[in-house]
Design a protein around this ligand. Structure first.
Ligand code: 3PG
Length: 217
């Protein structure tokens, strides 16, 4: 399955970008987010337990879609795949990462914000890309401008997106999902407030449901 089909299969276009500091938090957090209507999580490899967190989530929820984020090397790509990640997200892209993606056959969202980066991804056959850091790289106006020369490219923006700005991103025709850490505030995670995290997911999903329905019309 490619990244386009993967994102299209999600009932909810919000992808929490998750940083796990304690491995024990992985399963209850996944339970809270999935229970709140979230279709897929991106577990970053910014902490050493990222790989084990992915494995634990997949073991507890085998049918869920758990991706690995901040994948910055071939080694990390292979290890994330070995941990059971369903998809791989990178803040950028290199020839080596594209090679790892071809070897593994996993859905891969390479990062791209400039015309040259988009063209590089297209040369490797990728048309669904991460747009990071979204706000710092120009946000909604930049994505709208990229739809001109690259009408066949769709983006998953992340980086600096807030509950207030998420709707404007989702209204863009070249945005297929939006990611970010606002769905997993660090203080709620640190205090293991799973019910509040589930409620935040429920509220966030509800707030974008109308946009999602309009997009399908
Ligand atoms: C990412 O890795 O995609 C971003 O760091 C998430 O950005 P945010 O924390 O600003 O949502």
């Amino acid at each position: 399955m490619d990244a386009k089909s993967l994102l299209a299969s999600f009932t909810c276009p919000l992808i929490p970008v998750v940083v796990i500091d304690r491995l024990d938090d992985a399963v209850p957090l996944a339970e809270a987010l999935l229970g709140g209507g979230i279709s897929a999580l991106e577990v970053t490899l910014r902490t050493p337990m990222g790989y084990d967190a992915i494995a634990a989530m997949k073991s507890a929820f085998p049918n869920s879609k758990i991706g690995a984020g901040t994948v910055c090397s071939e080694g990390a790509f292979d290890r994330a795949a070995g941990s059971g990640a369903d998809f791989i997200v990178s803040p950028g892209a290199t020839d080596r990462l594209f090679k790892a993606a071809a070897n593994r056959g996993l859905p891969f969202l390479p990062g791209a914000v400039t015309g040259s980066e988009v063209l590089m991804a297209m040369e490797y056959g990728y048309h669904t890309l991460k747009f990071f850091p979204a706000e710092a790289a120009g946000g909604v106006p930049a994505l709208r401008a990229l739809s001109g020369p690259f009408p066949e490219i769709s983006f998953m923006p992340t980086g600096g997106i807030t509950p207030d700005s998420v709707a404007t991103y989702l209204q863009l025709t070249n945005v297929s999902a939006v990611g970010g850490s606002w769905l997993t505030p660090q203080h709620l995670l640190a205090e293991q407030r799973w019910e509040e995290l589930r409620q935040l997911a429920l509220d966030s999903v509800a707030s974008v449901t109308q946009i999602s329905e309009e997009r399908l019309m």
